[in-house]
Design a protein around this ligand. Structure first.
Ligand code: GLY
Length: 296
């Protein structure tokens, strides 16, 4: 098991292992002290990993309630958050209890926002099961919901208490979702690590996934640690994202976040070449790498 320490205002660890087996049982035993958890997940993940994760908690004598929703951008709303509050109130959750988000970024953004605001903040644990949420959404504390006025316009920055990544959950990821995760990984390499970029160009992701995931988390953590509340340097993580958010909105989210980020990065880099800020070879290599991961 690899452990990455995140040194933000709240210090926490990201644990990375192959599967939710013995190592995770031991870590959860050492790190979770609540008597009660609300396990929030989407209906696809419910059929895949819910029972496994639930049994880890119940075997430790923790009472588990669940909240399952269709995790698409249309459901990432205040109305879903209100339903989560209702489940928490109806089951007498208190400040010492915990919300666990099992799934992709939509689940952790929504459950994280509910957890950050219920009773002004209860414990939050993330179990990301998509590549995109492993390398981006679950680290750095951004929580958010969408409104009519745009994506992620309502939210708070609040770090989780711990993140548990089992990389074998990637085996059930659809190709399109996998590519979306690769877009954020390529973004990370573009902004901060030429050696990671070269690794992605030359190796097969399957052979290097644990290494790539932990490198991306460390890079993101180093940026977030410098500017946790997103006032200056953290903006670098939004490379390609301004165009991406516009594409997502005008296509009613039919183009997924990672796909839109890929387009955004390519367009901005092309413009940078035109303005003499970047050499053409960088653009060529970026486009080739995006192509390798079915993003162009
Ligand atoms: N996903 C960009 C950030 O966390 O700042």
């Amino acid at each position: 098991m690899q452990t990455v320490n995140i040194n933000t205002s709240k210090k926490y660890n990201v644990y990375i292992d192959k599967s939710f087996d013995e190592n995770f049982v031991n870590i959860i035993k050492e790190t979770v002290f609540s008597k009660k958890i609300l396990l929030v997940c989407d209906n696809t993940v419910k059929g895949l990993y819910f029972d496994k994760v639930k049994s880890i908690f119940t075997d430790l004598g923790i009472e588990v309630f669940d909240f399952v929703f269709r995790s698409n951008e249309e459901q990432k709303t205040l109305s879903t958050v209100e339903k989560i509050y209702r489940t928490l109130f109806e089951n007498d959750f208190t400040k010492g209890d915990t919300i666990v988000a099992l799934g992709g970024g939509i689940v952790s953004d929504t459950a994280g926002f509910a957890g950050a605001t219920f009773l002004r903040g209860i414990n939050c644990l993330y179990f990301p099961t998509t590549l995109l949420s492993m390398v981006d959404a679950c680290v750095g504390g951004k929580t958010a919901v969408n409104t009519y006025f745009g994506k992620n316009q309502i939210g708070v920055i609040r770090q989780p208490d711990a993140v548990y990544i089992a990389t074998d959950t990637l085996s059930t990821l659809e190709n399109r979702e996998f590519s979306c995760g690769m877009a954020e990984i390529i973004k990370t390499a573009m902004i901060k690590s030429e050696s990671l970029f070269e690794l992605l160009e030359t190796k097969d992701f399957e052979d290097i996934k644990e290494d790539v995931i932990s490198r991306c988390i460390k890079i993101k953590a180093s940026v977030v640690e410098e500017d946790e509340f997103d006032t200056s340097k953290r903006l670098i993580l939004n490379f390609g994202h301004t165009i991406a958010h516009a594409i997502e909105k005008i296509t009613d989210y039919k183009i997924k976040h990672g796909e839109a980020v890929a387009i955004g990065m390519s367009v901005i880099t092309k413009r940078a070449v035109k303005n003499g800020l970047c050499d053409e070879n960088t653009l060529i290599r970026l486009n080739m790498l995006l192509h390798k991961y079915s993003l162009s």
